[in-house]
Design a protein around this ligand. Structure first.
Ligand code: CA
Length: 725
């Protein structure tokens, strides 16, 4: 009998071997089906004791994105090579940081899809598509991106662009529960990664540019039941406030802000400190940007542009620190935060490190929200310094464009640093920040009316457009920069910096191997020495890289992985400025590297500039002017500033429909809605649509001839100057 059993086993093994299985695969499959991603609260708190895994968005609750792994280090990183790659089925911006546990990698992509791969081979285990309606993309300010998933007790959590929070079975990718976290009558989106805190999933949302009211919610991770919700801005004061603290916050607002939401969205940073049992959220800008149209008689507008500490069990307010009172520059404070314990004047302090859009590097006491220090980590011109007594920036006399005629403000809405994660190495004491230096021409419009489906910034969108005078344009393009800055946060001083061809480079990863990893907008992925910035290794990624890299081990071997793929708000909106790093393409892939990796990417054909052959421009200057105003307000957010697409979505100057009546069906009636182009018929009249077309034809002709500003002065004569250093 025993002999017979052994014989059967031998036959089974033989069959498995014949089918291409091997024992290690079988063993791996078995352990995965037993309990994949079965990560407990205690494991999340003690993530430091699992250095081979990457358990949460920023690796550990501190979100330092520092790995103690050092098998790959400054001595051998030159031997790095591609271990494997995995091609994705989307070609929009890729911003996600993957989670890696027990040899499996989980990550999200554009359109909120989720993938599980074998982290050693790149083989697909499962994938999940929440089927976000493509027209919801019109509600996203900053591309249809997603920055990551969370894991807990055998489940994978993802927020979707259309506002759902979904729990998936980690073994199969099948949905376990799904909750709609937003009111779909408003233009909410989710792009940020959920965080797991004490058995709850914490999730925020975006949409401050489109008239929403910000909040963060906690759901029971097991059942999906809503546990609490914290609103970041007060609602209609004639109704009861959801939280008592909002009565105080309402005193910092004027006018009727609640009618168009007020903004203050929690679209990225959510960080938990298990020692203090505090949850920190980063709150975005008020909406509209222009203070005059948001809170006309002044006020700090709490809790916009603030770091807020909450109790994670109840969502109860503990403290806040507002980085920009009465912001009017889109200076979100939503950017990622790092928790660290560092020496301050001889004493060890629990601090929160923040490098938000406004250009200041903040060291904040995270026990009480008191500012310890703040210095600009790059060039800024909206403030001259920080008053440490009040914790308020000293604003430049010309900063507030709603009151005075401002020069272009640096940084602009792109932010000196945005969502691209920075990292902090406790070994070097340096924070590695992907920095943008891009100014923006902010002017108050003659009048402003909130409009659905429009960019509701409350600024003059024509004045914000790129001037076509060649000399002015060149000066502006020359002023646009990008760099990786290593910042000494104790001295509040730059330790070193590496210049990049342009802005919008990737997030960073620091390791104990004295390395910093970063992808670039120009399509490289690099390892630099963490202490001095010396470039040790660089590889052609074939595409712009924005996401934050991770490192992990499988069977004792160290890997470094990064989600590659170009997109996000910069190439979507910025037009010609977004070519600063070259004609960057989106080839969406997960790339994994190891020492002596031998895999190669398929060859890539060189970029070929398409031929521009527009119909003749015959419209009047008045029609073109009007078309420009409507285009900038309704179209530029996806098709690019002054009708120059950064390559993500169609460049209308090349459209074959410029003389086709179908133009009106697409623009007004939603003929291409299934592709994501919604109909603007309620907002854009037939005459508006005709004038948009006239403007696009004019711009196409202007691009061909390289002509100086033509009949339509609005496309060339705005009196813009470049930022002065
Ligand atoms: Ca914003």
């Amino acid at each position: 009998m025993r002999k017979l059993k052994l014989g059967i086993i031998a036959v089974v093994l033989g069959v498995l071997a014949f089918q291409g299985f091997n024992l290690s695969t079988a063993r791996e499959t078995k352990s995965q089906t037993a309990a994949p991603a079965n990560v407990s609260d205690a494991q999340l708190v003690n993530a430091e004791s699992q250095p081979g895994d990457w358990l949460t968005y920023g690796r550990t609750y501190s979100e330092q994105r520092f790995s103690p792994l050092q098998a790959i280090n400054d001595k051998n990183a030159a031997r790095l090579g591609l271990a494997w790659y995995f091609d994705l089925d989307t070609d929009r911006g890729q911003e996600a940081t993957p989670i890696v546990v027990d040899g499996v990698m989980y990550f999200s992509t554009a359109w909120s899809k989720v993938f599980a791969l074998n982290a050693a081979t790149g083989a697909r285990l499962w994938s999940y598509d929440p089927k976000v309606p493509r027209q919801w993309g019109a509600n996203a300010c900053c591309d249809v991106v997603n920055r990551g998933v969370a894991i807990w007790r055998g489940k994978i959590y993802v927020g979707t662009l259309d506002g759902r929070l979904i729990a998936l079975d980690a073994a199969t990718g099948r949905p376990v529960w799904e909750r709609l976290t937003v009111d779909p009558r408003w233009r909410y989106t989710i792009t940020g990664a959920p965080r797991i805190v004490k058995g709850k999933v914490i999730i925020g949302n975006g949409g401050a540019e489109f008239g929403v009211r910000g909040y963060v919610s906690a759901y029971d991770a097991q059942t999906g039941k809503l546990v609490w919700r914290f609103y970041t801005v007060p609602g209609d004061p004639s109704k009861p406030f959801e939280q008592s603290i909002l009565a105080k916050a309402a005193k910092t607002w004027t006018g009727e802000w609640w009618k168009i939401g007020g903004g203050g969205t929690v679209w990225d940073a959510i960080v938990y400190d298990p020692e203090l049992d505090l949850l920190y959220i980063g709150v975005g800008n008020g909406g509209p940007w222009n203070e005059k149209y948001r809170s006309p008689k002044g006020g700090a507008n709490l809790f916009t542009c603030s770091v807020v500490a909450l109790k994670p069990d109840t969502g109860k307010y503990v403290w806040h620190y507002q980085e920009n009172a009465a912001d009017e520059w889109d200076f979100d404070s939503a950017e990622q935060m790092i928790l660290a314990d560092i020496p301050v004047e001889g004493r060890r302090r629990k601090v929160l490190l923040h490098a938000p859009k406004n250009g200041f590097f903040y060291v904040i006491d995270r026990e009480n929200g008191k500012l310890i220090s703040a210095k600009p980590y790059t060039f800024i011109n909206w403030a001259t310094g920080m008053d440490l007594k009040t914790g308020r920036p000293i604003e430049s006399a010309t900063a507030r464009y709603s009151r005075v005629d401002s020069p272009p403000i640096v940084p602009g809405p792109l932010g000196a640093h945005s969502w691209q994660p920075m990292s902090y190495s406790p070994l070097t004491g340096l924070t590695y920040i992907p920095v943008n230096e891009v100014g923006f021409n902010l002017k108050s419009p003659k009048d402003f009316e909130f409009k659905n489906l429009a960019l509701n910034f409350g600024i003059d969108m024509v004045a914000a457009g790129m001037p076509q005078d060649p000399a002015i344009k060149k000066a502006i393009l020359d002023s646009v920069k990008g760099k990786l800055v290593a910042w000494n946060l104790v001295r509040q001083k730059q330790a070193w910096a590496v210049e990049r061809p342009g802005p919008w480079n990737g997030g960073t990863l620091a390791t104990a191997g004295d390395l910093v990893f970063e992808g670039t907008a120009a399509g490289r992925f690099e390892a630099l020495r963490a202490d001095n910035g010396e470039r040790i290794w660089s590889i052609d990624a074939q595409t712009g890289v924005m996401a934050g890299p991770v490192t992990y081990t499988v069977d004792g071997e160290q890997y470094v992985a990064v989600l590659a793929g170009w997109g996000g708000v910069f190439p979507l909106v910025a037009g010609e400025v977004s070519f600063k790093s070259g004609r960057v393409r989106n080839i969406s892939r997960m790339l994994a590297f190891k020492l002596d990796g031998r895999a190669g990417l398929p060859p890539l054909a060189p970029y070929e500039e398409p031929v521009l052959n527009p119909p003749a421009s015959t419209a009047s200057a008045a029609e073109i002017h009007h078309g420009e105003a409507v285009y900038q307000r309704f179209c530029s957010g996806c098709h690019g500033d002054v009708a120059v697409s950064g390559g993500l979505l169609p460049d209308l100057r090349y459209s074959s429909l410029l003389t086709d009546p179908l133009w009106f069906g697409i623009v007004r009636d939603g003929a291409y809605q299934a592709l994501g182009m919604v109909g603007f018929g309620k907002e854009v009249s037939q005459q508006d649509a005709a004038d948009i077309r006239a403007y696009v034809i004019f711009r196409a002709n202007q691009s061909v001839s390289g002509a100086k500003p033509g009949a339509a002065g609005a496309t060339g004569d705005s009196k813009k100057i470049t930022p002065e250093h």
